[in-house]
Every structure is written in structure tokens, then in C-alpha cells.
Design a protein around this ligand. Structure first.
Ligand code: ADE
Length: 227
């Protein structure tokens, strides 16, 4: 079973997204073991549970300290081997479906959520094996990035989605956008479902879906075809 340990100063930001719907069901079915750790529990400051301190040099603001991070990572690594210790940061490798596929095949992952104040660079040099960005924009912290990555990885685990086919036929899974889909009624205010889908001819329908995928990809995301 895939185990994901997420280290954060804001556990409450992760509880919601990872305690609901398909991800919650995957956890209930024991397809994934997600553990959210509050970094403050590893603070060296018993009284105020602080995990940040002033930056050296002239930069303003506070910086996440190395010691609490080292303490929790050392604690986790004493219990099992981790395939990757990931830090969420806009500097990192860009997250995409291929990376999600790779991570979904791992056994044990740690995700250290970045912090708007920045973290002591020695954490990145000595404790982290991979930095991942979810896109070229800046979030206030890494929690939402960790939630995005976890959601994307967990739904790929066999059995997480009701219909096992559906993860495979996603947009991006084969570098093509998904074809349009419809449900009843077949005619709503004169807006009609394409006739082909009502024909019952499976081969024709599959051909139509492939054409639609290609057309939509050429039109909306031609960059995917270049790759
Ligand atoms: N932290 C802040 N911005 C981020 C991003 N784009 N991806 C991952 N972590 C981040």
C-alpha cells in the first residue's frame, strides 16, 4: 500500500481536501495510508511551539528552521525507507500526469509543505530528494500543492475509482484531451447529443471519440502533440 506522510505547519488546510469523496474512500478501503503531521509537534520550543526564526543577512521575515524538519524526517526514516522526500516549491520540477503515474507506483513518500516565509536552505540541500512545483504561480504555502499532488496520485491507484477504466481514459493519460461526454436527456431545449452516440455501434463510437480527442487536442492544446 502507498503511504504518504505530509509535513505541514497548517494541518487543517489539508484535512478538508484529503478527507472527502474519492480520496476518503481510498483511505477507507486501505488503498492508501495518508498521515498528516504537524511540524509544531517537533518544535524545540516546548512553550510556544515555534518552528521559524529570523533570517540571517538582510532579508526581512522569518524562515522555517532546520531542526524541527530534521527531527520529524529522521523520526519517519527510522521507521521505514522512503522512495522520495518531496518539497513543494515553485522552483521544482513541474508536476504533470507522468510524474503522478511514477509517484503512484512508489511505496513510501514524504511531502514537506513549503512555507510562505521560506525554509532554511540546508533542508533543501541535505534532507530533500525532489522538489515539485504544481505550476508557474506562487501559493501562500505548499499545502494546496501537496493536496493537488496527493489527489492526483491517489486516484491512479487501482481500485480508487469505481470504474478502473476511467483513470486510463482521462485527459492527459495518453497525451490527448478526453472526448466530450453526455447523459440524458438526448435533447435538451433543442441542444442535441451527437447522433453517433445514440447509434449503439461501438466501433463507430470509439472511432468518433478518438477523432474528437485528436481534434480537441489540436485545437486547445497543440503543445501536447509536440511532446
Ligand atoms: N508553493 C508555493 N507555490 C507553489 C507552487 N506553484 N507549486 C508548489 N509549491 C508551491
Amino acid at each position: 500500500m502507498l503511504r504518504i506522510d505530509i509535513i505541514t505547519v497548517l494541518p487543517e488546510l489539508l484535512e478538508g481536501p484529503l478527507n472527502c469523496s474519492i480520496i476518503q474512500r481510498a483511505r477507507d478501503k486501505q488503498l492508501v495510508d495518508i498521515n498528516i503531521h504537524s511540524l509544531r509537534d517537533y518544535s524545540t520550543d516546548l512553550r510556544h511551539r515555534r518552528v521559524d526564526d529570523y533570517a540571517f543577512g538582510f532579508s526581512a521575515g522569518m524562515v522555517l528552521q532546520i531542526e524541527p524538519v530534521d527531527r520529524i524526517i529522521t523520526h519517519l526514516c527510522s521507521q521505514r525507507n522512503y522512495d522520495e522526500i518531496i518539497y513543494t516549491s515553485p522552483d521544482g520540477e513541474k508536476f504533470n500526469q507522468g510524474l503522478a503515474n511514477q509517484l503512484s507506483l512508489k511505496q513510501n513518500l514524504i511531502i514537506l509543505c513549503g512555507h510562505y516565509k521560506g525554509i532554511d536552505h540546508r533542508i533543501r540541500e541535505h534532507l530533500i530528494s525532489k522538489e515539485i512545483s504544481i505550476g508557474d504561480y506562487v501559493l501562500t504555502g505548499g499545502e494546496l500543492a501537496a493536496a493537488v499532488m496527493t489527489d492526483c496520485v491517489v486516484r491512479l491507484i487501482p481500485g480508487a475509482l469505481g470504474d478502473e477504466q476511467s483513470a486510463l481514459s482521462d485527459s492527459f493519460q495518453d497525451k490527448l484531451l478526453a472526448p466530450p461526454i453526455y447523459t440524458r436527456p438526448a435533447d435538451y431545449k433543442g441542444w442535441k447529443v451527437p447522433d453517433i452516440l445514440l447509434s449503439g455501434n461501438q466501433r463507430k463510437i470509439q472511432e468518433w471519440e478518438m477523432e474528437q480527442s485528436l481534434d480537441r487536442t489540436r485545437l486547445l492544446r497543440p503543445d501536447l502533440l509536440d511532446e
